[in-house]
Write a protein that binds this ligand. Structure first.
Ligand code: SF4
Length: 387
């Protein structure tokens, strides 16, 4: 399958959609396809469904048979359409179809690499930095990324539903006047109903010292049908910022572009986080294509994450040296807005550490010698009183 076939040719796209629908005993109907609840009810979760969707490798077949006990498998029909059924190295496929390698445990692998459990102050509320908290709103996602940093929690069914935890969360936030920033993540908060989201955001927004509310979501990539005018109205009402998650330019389909347009036209600020993944996006041109595609739909690439050392993700991780090489190949070589900050979430709870090639060659006697994107050096002289 050509990389852009599904998006570029409507006839071929609907033929593939029809094949996908027939796996569930239905024919392609655009109205049903565009209904996010239909998409959620028709996710690929069983090995026999994957047998019909893809030409599976032995490793994928074993992965599907064994890994779901550790971390759920699910793919929306929308995202399934983007997968090349014949290419096991398809960058979309590598993100969501499990492989046998997930059962391997490498040196340094951790179940909670960001150390979130240690900083949990109320069930599902993590308070590590002085002025901001992370609220794990729910433990389900539209589809499951095989490299998820929260696979210990996401899809495991152990997190109490938010309505049962919300009073305790609100009480904690009210008592902690130093908290000005709340990030809702999970799981994917945009899978909540509009009414539930309105209630949760309304109660958080009613706390006078909370200035800034963000939602982390991969819904626009996995399930763009969920971005409805009603949902946008709730996000706008509560002045929410969205941190989206995209890993490859092929995810930015026409449906995704429409969803991002709806959000941007609704006044929702949009940023994107990308995880650096081996065989998915670990070359300069692929990253450049992704970041340019995001800018075209008014999404600002924000972070490029070194993949966290989660147990069973060794086959998807690349080296820090590779990451530095890639970010050096972007900075100065394209629009500044298209260059995210490359970070490592320091394992064990150290927080995000920005990584870049050395740009200050020396700094002495009030004179900084700088190395630019092309490797040339320039000097910057401090004002006289600082020399
Ligand atoms: S969308 Fe986020 S929380 Fe859900 S599986 Fe992917 S990385 Fe994990």
């Amino acid at each position: 399958m050509n990389e852009n076939t599904a998006a570029a040719d409507p006839l071929i796209a609907s033929a593939r959609r029809d094949e996908i629908c027939r796996i569930f005993g239905e024919s392609y109907d655009p109205a049903r396809w565009n209904d996010w609840r239909w998409q959620m009810r028709h996710r690929f979760i069983k090995p026999e469904q994957f047998e019909k969707l893809l030409r599976l490798t032995t490793s994928e077949r074993r992965g599907l048979a064994m890994t779901h006990e550790k971390f759920a498998v699910a793919i929306t029909p929308h995202f399934a359409e983007l997968i090349d059924p014949d290419d096991p190295n398809c960058p979309i496929r590598r993100q969501v179809v499990p492989r046998e390698e997930e059962l391997l445990v490498g040196p340094g692998d951790m179940t909670d690499p960001c150390g979130e459990d240690h900083d949990e102050v109320v069930p599902g509320l993590v308070h590590r930095y002085p002025d901001r908290v992370l609220l794990l709103a729910l433990d389900t996602c539209a589809a499951y990324c095989r490299y998820c940093t929260r696979s210990r929690l996401v899809s495991q069914g152990e997190l109490d539903p938010l309505p049962r935890r919300l009073d305790a969360v609100i009480a904690y936030l009210e008592a902690h006047t130093e908290v000005r920033d709340v990030l809702l993540s999970g799981g994917d908060p945009l899978l909540m109903s509009e009414d539930r989201l309105d209630e949760v955001l309304g109660r958080i927004r009613a706390i006078p010292h909370i200035e800034f509310v963000r939602i982390g979501s991969r819904v626009p990539s996995f399930l763009p049908q969920r971005i409805t005018p009603e949902l946008v109205a709730v996000l706008r009402k509560h002045r929410v910022w969205l941190s989206l998650h995209f890993c490859h330019a092929r995810e930015v389909t026409p449906d995704v572009a429409n969803a991002c347009d709806l959000l941007a036209d609704g006044g929702i600020p949009l940023g994107s986080q990308t995880v650096l993944l081996k065989g998915v996006n670990d070359d300069v041109q692929t990253l450049k294509d992704l970041f340019h595609a995001l800018l075209k739909v008014r999404v600002r690439p924000y972070y490029l994450y070194q993949c966290d050392p989660v147990v069973g993700t060794g086959h998807l991780r690349t080296s820090v040296a590779k990451g530095i090489e890639l970010i050096s190949g972007l900075r100065g070589h394209t629009t500044g807005y298209a260059v995210p900050t490359y970070v490592i979430d320091a394992p064990g709870g150290g927080g995000k550490v920005p990584i870049q090639a050395e740009t200050i060659v020396s700094y002495e006697n009030g004179q900084a010698l700088l190395r630019n994107w092309a490797g040339r050096t320039y000097s910057y002289v401090d004002p006289a009183e600082h020399a």
